[in-house]
Design a protein around this ligand. Structure first.
Ligand code: SF4
Length: 242
């Protein structure tokens, strides 16, 4: 989709990409709005071009509302809008009024985030949205930092907050062969993130299709994609455990 370019007028949002009929990032059919900027640097990031927020694709909230309202008839079976990234929490203050407008229209709103920011703006935004899709990138602190450059403790603090405000959430993790595909690690993730508000635990297969975008010294350079067989085994193990 071609994004119009505007000056950085508040409360415009810096948008990387828009997917109008997404089915993977939340329930039902969704408009997925990928926002620019991310404080993490995951080795397997498929959208490293979303990191730089210097190249600006500012979209006014009215433009986004108009686009979303056109799609509203498709939001059946719990569908709606998901804000993803990059890291949508970087634009929390500007997102909150837009999310309120969507809620006033009866539209389901989800946030797809790594949970690496928890400031006052983020807390206010979290109260407004319906669902958090929390990407916990590794269940162990050291490996989390090695993978992302960030801290697992921040994601866990974020998780504690969404549990405290009784917000439904999904947990996600990309499973990388010979990195976090051990059963013990997946069980640890299950245990770490369990609560009555967790609606789903999704394991996603690592794919090396983004390899061309990674730095040659990435530890995942030339690593094979995760086999379907291992993913199914891990998913079945989780099902038995939940
Ligand atoms: S959190 Fe997402 S956008 Fe940010 S570096 Fe990691 S994979 Fe890329």
């Amino acid at each position: 989709m071609n994004l119009k370019r505007h000056g950085p007028m508040t409360p415009a949002l810096n948008v990387f990409h828009i997917e109008s009929m997404g089915t993977l990032d939340g329930p039902g059919i969704r408009t997925v709005i990928f926002l620019k900027g991310c404080p993490l640097r995951c080795h397997y990031c498929h959208n490293p071009e979303s990191w730089q927020d210097q190249t600006e694709n500012w979209m006014q909230q009215d433009e986004l509302m108009a686009l979303i309202m056109k799609m509203k008839p498709y939001y059946k079976n719990g569908g709606g809008v998901t804000f993803s990234g990059g890291e949508p929490l970087l634009q929390a203050r500007k997102l909150e009024p837009l999310c309120k407008r969507l809620k006033a229209e009866g539209i389901h709103v989800a946030l797809d985030t790594s949970g690496c920011i928890l400031n006052q703006d983020v807390k206010v935004l979290l109260e407004v949205v319906d669902l958090i899709i929390l990407d916990v990138k590794h269940a162990e602190s050291e490996a989390y930092t090695a993978l992302t450059g960030g801290a697992l403790s921040k994601t866990l603090e974020f998780l504690e907050f969404i549990k405290a405000i009784h917000k439904p959430y999904w947990i996600r993790q990309v499973i990388v062969p010979d990195y976090n595909d051990q059963k013990s690690l997946v069980l640890k993730l299950e245990c770490l993130t369990k609560s009555t508000y967790r609606q789903k635990l999704e394991l996603l297969a690592f794919h090396n299709t983004g390899m061309g975008k990674w730095q040659w010294n990435s530890p995942f350079w030339n690593r094979p994609s995760l086999s379907e067989k291992i993913l199914v085994e891990l998913q079945e193990m989780i099902q038995k455990n939940v």
